[in-house]
Design a protein around this ligand. Structure first.
Ligand code: IPM
Ligand code: MG
Length: 366
């Protein structure tokens, strides 16, 4: 008999609600493995505040090496309350977020895929004008994740007696070309439309971005390309999100636009993400943060993490059917009225459930 396929997964539960949402995602993965007859090998790793508490730094080189030995990383969330947590009295390069930026860079995770989909079941929670419930959008933000302002040189100095800070934004054409390719390839599997978002009326990096995206488009004649300025895009996302299929943009613009896109789906607790390198390796995490105010209370919405686990099966392990099964189970839970606290809006016969109950309901539908 053939050996069962084993998926090696590094797990970074992280801080705040991280451990509780990751617990539910693992539960769902375990059920999926039983159904589709594969095995899971988890390796728990520390990052963010949890790593600071043990090692004094948010990410050790050893952790990076261990992550690399796996097929994928499943992550919860990292960070705490900046006003009260001692982690934020450390130098910026020792704070929890620095661990996340370092793992992205070290593992070459340049392509961040953030889908924003309005479930018909949640259309009542969409904050946009949607009186007749007719809104339906399904877009994907492809965010460049290892370049731009996040990784440019920065320093603070005194110039002419004034405290002066500098951050630099740099992109080379290869960094732009590879993320553009990711966007076109992904669009081919969707509705074949790419909107490239930049600030080409002001920034040199954006003018290069636009030129390189145009050049790359020549290899994808079947995909329709348009360009949009980032301020206009922020406006269009709340005016008419239906117009978008794939949005490709640089790191900082993508950070901002993806929070906006997630909120118009009704709750930031629904949105998954994948951060991929040139191979099938990826890090999968919810788009939301660590919500320290509700941590440990079994109140968090685990769906974004569960959907991230589905993305992991699809992108890193090529298990489309099992990924679909998880996504359908989430939709069934919503259809049958199960809602965590963040999703309790208008609606008939809604059943309020905790984080672990939501995980359990989704497992039952696998
Ligand atoms: C995100 C987060 C991070 C980012 C922070 C925590 C550094 O906001 O993943 O969007 O800005 O990339
Ligand atoms: Mg962000």
């Amino acid at each position: 008999m053939a050996e069962k396929k084993t998926l090696n997964i590094a797990v970074i539960a992280g801080d705040g609600i991280g451990p509780e949402i990751v617990r539910e995602a693992r539960k769902v993965l375990d059920h999926t493995a039983a159904k589709y007859d594969f095995a899971l090998q988890y390796t728990d790793l520390l990052m963010g505040g949890a790593s600071i508490d043990v090692h004094g730094v948010p990410l050790t080189d050893e952790t990076i090496e261990k992550a690399r030995e796996n097929g994928a990383v499943l992550m919860g969330s990292i960070g705490g309350d900046a006003a009260t947590s001692p982690w934020y009295r450390l130098a910026p390069n020792l704070r929890p977020e620095a661990g996340l930026l370092k793992i992205r860079k070290e593992l070459g995770l340049f392509a961040n895929l953030r889908p924003a989909y309005l479930y018909p079941e949640l259309s009542g929670a969409c904050p946009l004008s949607n009186k007749d419930g007719s809104r339906s959008f399904d877009l994907l933000i492809v965010r460049e994740l290892t370049g731009g302002l996040y990784f440019g040189a920065r320093h603070t100095e005194t110039v002419n007696g004034l405290r002066t800070a500098t951050d630099t934004m740099t992109y080379n054409e290869e960094e732009i070309r590879r993320i553009a390719r990711t966007a076109f390839e992904t669009a081919r599997k969707r509705r074949k439309k790419v909107t490239s978002v930049d600030k080409a009326n002001v920034l040199d990096t954006s003018r290069l971005w636009r030129a390189v995206v145009e050049e790359t488009a020549a290899d994808y004649p079947d995909v329709e390309l348009s360009h949009m300025l980032v301020d206009n895009c922020a406006m269009q996302l709340v005016r008419n999100p239906e117009q978008f299929d794939v949005i490709v943009t640089e790191n900082m613009f993508g950070d901002i636009l993806s929070d906006e896109a997630s909120m118009i789906t009704g709750s930031i607790g629904m949105l998954s993400s994948a951060s991929l390198n040139e191979t099938s390796f990826g890090l999968y995490e919810p788009s939301h943060g660590s919500a320290p105010d509700i941590a440990g209370k079994n109140l968090a919405n685990p769906i974004a993490t569960i959907l991230s686990a589905a993305m992991m099966l699809r992108y890193s392990f090529d298990m489309e059917e099992a990924a679909d099964c998880i996504e359908k189970a989430v939709q069934k839970a919503l259809r049958d009225g199960y809602r965590t606290a963040d999703l309790m809006g208008a609606g008939e016969n809604l059943k309020r459930c905790s984080c672990s109950e939501m995980g359990g309901v989704i497992c039952n539908y696998i």
